[in-house]
Each structure stands twice: as structure tokens, then as C-alpha cells.
Write a protein that binds this ligand. Structure first.
Ligand code: C2E
Ligand code: MG
Ligand code: MG
Ligand code: MG
Length: 285
């Protein structure tokens, strides 16, 4: 046992580092096998059109249930997958699973899939998406690909070209976490996004912080004049929802409207909504 302070402190520090390195290596091996062991799954979070309350899409969110450590958040293992090159295989699996699932939904709700910048480094992304659409039979207009500003930051020209190629397939492209990068506006000029997802760090402050409210208002206005659909992420309170609706934000997403849920539950929600819609229409007739 190392003594506290002095040399002992350093020995303790070195031991901790060793342990951290070992842990990371173990995680890496585990992640490598997670796919084949069936430990990865997708959770689906509803996205609602604010004007009508209609369920327009589900965002597919990756989940890892580790056999010993339990659930590990994507914020931890997605970066690991990117660093180790596993993101290619995992990303292709996410696409395949989300598209197959959406193709079986009893409605035309879209599915949104997150793409990592690392997936753009591999030249096969466009082909992977095209093949997945072919194989699953999902209509391209029902697939939305979410990218963050970092996709345009790195290898810009090549990545912008890939975004155009993806859109020529007929899929929609959304900019995720809008406002968190350092030159969000220039990215809107670099590529004509179909959708802007306003980051939840702004959305959650619209009630308390005048700056955040002004910024969100401006982004909604920007979307309206550029013909880009705006989505507010991370809505947790009725007051936030009310405010965004009044400001004319097109779509809303957040725990208040629905948490990410297993595929079967998402399908159930679609069926339930569908019945409610029919009841509404019958009542109006
Ligand atoms: P994101 O794409 O911005 O996804 C939204 C995140 O916000 C999700 O976290 C979601 O669960 C969370 N969220 C939704 N509504 C609320 C709310 O009302 N309050 C709060 N506090 N959080 C809310 P999650 O599932 O932990 O995912 C985190 C990030 O991991 C995602 O951010 C995305 O960047 C990444 N990620 C998830 N799945 C994938 C994937 O399949 N591929 C890639 N490359 N990245 C993924
Ligand atoms: Mg996203
Ligand atoms: Mg986001
Ligand atoms: Mg994010």
C-alpha cells in the first residue's frame, strides 16, 4: 500500500493510472463483443409537430447494457467506439436496425439516426446508407440523418460533398445540437440543412434566461426565413413547451413529451396515436 503524500502519492497516482488504462482496455474488448452478444439496442424518442400534436418521428438512440456494469451511457461509449474504429460497424448496425424497425411501423413516421463525424472519414458512408435503404425497403424520405457541427469542421469539402450525396438519395439532413459549436451560422451557409435541432442547453433556459430566450427566438426566425424546420430538444416542462409553441418552433422533443423507449413501446405508441387520430376525425365528421 502506498503511503499518502510524497512518493507514496505518486505511486498511488501511477497505480490509479494503470487501473484506468486496464479498465479502458477491458471496456474496449467488451465493446468489440457487445454487438455479437446482443448487448446493444436502440431506444426511440418521439418527436412531435407542435402545431398539430402529431407524432412525426422517432430519434433512435443507442443503448449498451453491459452484463456486469449495467447500462453505459452513449456519451461514454460512443467516443470509445470512435477512437477504436468500431463506430463503422456499430454505426452500420444502428442504421440497419433503425431502418428495419421504421419500415415495420404502421405509419409514415420518420426515423432519425445520429451519425458520428468518424463515419464520414470512411468513404463508404453513402453506399452504406443506400444499401441499407434498399435492404430494408424504407422510403428514403422517412430517414433523417443527424450530424453535429463537428462534421463540417473536419475535412469540410469532402464532408459537405458527402452530405449532398446523402441528400440526393432522398434522405433528410438535420443539424444536431445547434448553437453549441463556435460558428453555427457559417455551417448553415455551407450546407442547406433540412432541419435544425436547437440544443437543450438553450431550450431549458427559455423561462429563466433572457439571453437564451432571445437566441432561441432568433433561431426559430432564421429557420422560418431559410425554409428550415426547427426542433427544440430537451423539453421538460409545460412552460417550455408553451413558450416554444407560441414562438412557432415546428417540432418538439423531450422527456415531457416522451422518454426514449424500447422499439415495441414505440410501435405501440404509433398504433395508439393512430386510433386517437381516427377518433378525432370521426368526431369532426
Ligand atoms: P443527441 O443526438 O443530441 O440526443 C439527445 C439526447 O438528449 C439523448 O441522450 C436523449 O436521451 C437526451 N434527452 C432527450 N430529451 C431530454 C430531456 O428532456 N432532458 C434531458 N436531460 N435529456 C434529454 P442520450 O441517449 O444519452 O444520447 C447522448 C448523445 O449520444 C446523443 O445526443 C448523440 O450525440 C449520441 N448518440 C446516441 N446514439 C447514437 C448513435 O446511434 N450514433 C452516434 N454516433 N451517436 C449517438
Ligand atoms: Mg441527435
Ligand atoms: Mg442533440
Ligand atoms: Mg448531442
Amino acid at each position: 500500500r502506498a503511503k499518502a503524500g510524497g512518493r507514496g502519492g505518486w505511486r498511488r497516482f501511477a497505480a490509479d493510472m494503470d487501473e484506468a488504462v486496464r479498465r479502458r482496455r477491458r471496456r474496449e474488448t467488451d465493446l468489440r463483443e457487445a454487438l455479437t452478444r446482443g448487448e446493444l439496442s436502440l431506444a426511440y424518442q418521439p418527436v412531435i409537430e407542435s402545431r398539430s400534436g402529431r407524432l412525426t418521428a422517432f430519434e433512435a438512440l443507442l443503448r449498451w447494457h453491459h452484463p456486469v456494469e449495467g447500462p453505459i451511457p452513449p456519451g461514454e461509449f460512443v467516443p470509445l467506439a470512435e477512437e477504436t474504429g468500431l463506430i463503422g460497424t456499430i454505426g452500420a448496425w444502428v442504421l440497419q436496425t433503425a431502418c428495419r424497425e421504421a419500415a415495420s411501423w404502421p405509419s409514415s413516421a420518420r426515423v432519425a439516426v445520429n451519425l458520428s463525424p468518424a463515419q464520414f472519414r470512411d468513404g463508404s458512408l453513402v453506399q452504406v446508407v443506400r444499401r441499407t435503404l434498399d435492404a430494408t425497403g424504407l422510403h428514403p424520405s422517412r430517414l433523417e440523418l443527424e450530424v453535429t457541427e463537428s462534421v463540417l469542421l473536419a475535412a469540410s469539402d469532402a464532408n459537405v460533398a458527402m452530405l449532398h450525396a446523402l441528400r440526393r438519395l432522398g434522405v433528410h439532413i438535420a443539424m444536431d445540437d445547434f448553437g453549441t459549436g463556435y460558428s453555427s451560422l457559417s455551417y448553415l451557409r455551407a450546407f442547406p440543412f433540412d432541419k435544425i435541432k436547437i440544443d437543450r442547453s438553450f431550450v431549458q433556459q427559455v423561462g429563466e434566461n433572457a439571453q437564451s430566450a432571445a437566441i432561441v427566438k432568433a433561431v426559430i426566425g432564421l429557420g422560418a426565413s431559410l425554409g428550415i424546420v426547427t426542433v427544440a430538444e430537451g423539453i421538460e416542462t409545460g412552460a417550455q413547451l408553451e413558450w416554444l409553441r407560441e414562438e412557432g418552433c415546428d417540432e418538439v422533443q423531450g422527456y415531457l413529451l416522451g422518454r426514449p423507449m424500447p422499439a415495441a413501446e414505440a410501435r405501440g405508441l404509433i398504433a395508439e396515436r393512430d386510433r386517437a387520430d381516427w377518433a378525432d376525425r370521426a368526431a369532426c365528421a
